[in-house]
Design a protein around this ligand. Sequence first.
Ligand code: LLP
Length: 463
Amino acid sequence: MATDVIAPAWLRVPNDANALDARVWPASAHRDDAGELVVGGVAATDLAARYGTPLYVLDEADVRARAAAALEAFGSEARAAGSDAHVYYAGKAFLSAEVARWVVEAGLRIDVASGGELAVALAAGVPAAAIGFHGNNKSDAEIARAVSAGVGSIVLDGRAEVDRVADAAERAGVVQAVRLRVNSGVHAHTHEFLATAHDDQKFGVPLADAPGVVAAIRGRDSLRLLGLHCHIGSQIFDAGGFAESAERLLAVHAELLAGGDVPELNLGGGFGIAYTSADDPTPVDELARGIVAAVAERCAALGIPVPVLAFEPGRSIVGPPGISLYEVGTIKDVPVSGGIRRYVAVDGGMSDNARPALYGADYTVRLASRASDAAPVLVRLAGKHCESGDILVDADYLPGDVRPGDLVAVAATGAYCWALSSNYNLLARPAVVAVTDGEARVIVRGETEADLLARDAGIMEGR
Ligand code: LLP
């Protein structure tokens, strides 16, 4: 096929352009007898008819199962090493009251990174003790709110926050449990990690400074040290970077034990997912085994007990269970050097998924309203924004008879899509619908034109 010349090297022409790779699609995704995509027991055309497009769809049972599997994987490995593990769901990936409750019911805690995320978690009924509060530039109001709500931990991002949080706790008459965020010098992304002595980034303190900051924490009666915290990156496929980072942290952790209790070690989140069939992330139980084994081995070498471990996965809990549904509009075959590129434009775009534009992220697209035997054709799925970088799927294959009015689904959009959404070109944000056991319900209402007008202070009644 002429189009193959312009396809990226990693992309394979599918034997069946209707196939749904189980690693990429929600656990319940399949095609019914008519060939239509069904998620959580609900057909794509039913969802579009009821809620319109674009639409975010979340497989509730898959989110719950992934949350439970993460806790089981890290918990069982940690217990086998004589300790235990806490798993915090990183709410920045996607936070609504329903999702907060699902993950808490699965036994997870929640990591929030702003006053807004804290407010949603509390409003959802998440026990404050199960909340970890993050942020590299927390406001006084955020600190006061977190302390008075009784959050289980605050992750201190630097020396200045020691006194700010200690003072707030003193004023509230409580002892606040805290972690100290450090830079281990390890950065990881997919299969590669890079380890340096120093880090040029805004989060945390250099590992070498940790003992001094911990001494300051221990000097304040209103603070209780839980331990060190580190987050080495996101979309990481194997255990190597975590192991390297943990080993670096444990050397300091052991040093800190000489001065008092250090019950926990938080290794952050960042576990990768498959966005396309070319991605091959390590399953969570294997990751847990690799990471906990490295920790246990280093603790034995240092002659210290294995601390309670904490992790903060976001993407790997909520990413794969989510899809985005769009309706196909304009289709153009554009001559480009080396072939013809078929641009398939849909009714959403970078406002509902900024990740391709922000990070060059790859995604998978399939026909959702029907299956087709037509030969696969390379397509680029574009949005409807006034910007040439408004691309949802840079390259994938759809049946060659794809036409206006078809529904298409983009896989693995549950994390960092709704969370990063905008009103660019004054598009209204789509609704988020949870599907399970053949039932669909809105968990975040979509915006309407009235919502867009409501905040414009220049629009007057009756005009
Ligand atoms: N913990 C901390 C301290 C974090 O900063 C993050 C993500 C996580 C946990 C969760 O990481 P996850 O398991 O979801 O990879 N917007 C980017 C990702 C930014 C991640 C920021 N921090 C994206 O769409 O790829």
